[in-house]
Design a protein around this ligand. Structure first.
Ligand code: AP5
Length: 224
């Protein structure tokens, strides 16, 4: 399954653990698509010990959103790099209404409008298990899950043999906080896009293969 020759600018929106990162990685494997994950970018800053990383760490570890002013400039800077000239998926941004407004302004300046906002709809009950069971490969970034997608050998990536790690914010207390922040600050972002004709709702409470099929059709349908 490929995304064909369509060029798209897509936002992936949905609660923590909805499968946004899992699906974005599948799409990257199938086509010429750039995956811009604000969570991954921030984790790189934390690991690299940058100023931004130091400021963001405390918020991230406790499951709170990083302040808008820090994240908006990071994304603005990313979207003007040459590799963002083609199709991209913005995963984890915008997450507040002010972030959505800032994205509108940047894309308007660049003359590069959004083609899709994909909403991953999933009941919240299953999310705690998805998040606390998640393990990520420290070498290739592959996403596994001790409950829903276990590796053959515990703690070892099936794809590359790298060591698996658990994210600091996948502890149960931080997960609860992330879900609360999602309900209070991110769900209203859906309203920001609801009357633009670009919002696509995907039932994300199914197998990853079924979700991918719907996603590919949606992305092929409207393009730049
Ligand atoms: P971020 O890294 O963006 O985390 P998130 O939105 O909480 O999303 P996740 O990565 O947890 O979930 P996902 O939907 O990608 O799920 P995944 O595919 O991994 O952000 C982390 C932090 O950074 C934030 O809390 C905040 O502090 C900060 N931040 C980032 N962006 C920000 C912004 N814009 N503003 C302010 N702060 C920001 O899947 C989860 C698990 O489920 C995996 O184990 C997977 O194998 C499994 N799974 C996936 N699909 C399925 C399926 N269909 N069925 C069963 N299991 C599945």
């Amino acid at each position: 399954m490929s995304v064909g020759s369509a060029t798209f600018h897509s936002v992936f929106l949905g609660p923590p653990g909805a499968g946004k990162g899992t699906q974005a990685k599948e799409l990257v494997d199938r086509g010429d698509v750039l995956h811009i994950s604000t969570g991954d970018m921030l984790r790189e800053h934390v690991q690299g010990g940058t100023d931004l990383g130091r400021q963001a760490k405390e918020f991230m570890d406790s499951g709170r959103l990083v302040p808008d002013e820090l994240i908006i400039s990071m994304v603005d800077e990313r979207l003007v790099r040459p590799d963002a000239a083609g199709s991209w998926i913005l995963d984890g941004f915008p997450r507040t209404v002010p972030q959505a407004e800032a994205l509108d302004s940047s894309l308007e300046r660049a003359g590069a409008p959004l083609t899709h906002v994909i909403y991953f709809r999933v009941p919240h009950e299953g999310l705690i298990r998805r998040l606390t069971g998640r393990r990520t490969c420290s070498d290739c970034g592959a996403i596994w899950n001790v409950f829903t997608k276990p590796t053959r050998e515990e703690g070892v990536c099936d794809a590359c043999g790298g060591a698996l790690k658990q994210r600091a914010d996948d502890r149960e207390d931080a997960v609860e906080q992330r879900l609360q922040q999602y309900n209070a600050l991110t769900e209203p972002v859906l309203g920001h896009y609801s009357d633009r004709g670009i919002l696509v709702e995907i039932d994300a409470d199914r197998s990853p293969e079924q979700i991918l099929e719907d996603l590919v059709s949606a992305l092929q349908e409207a393009s730049i």
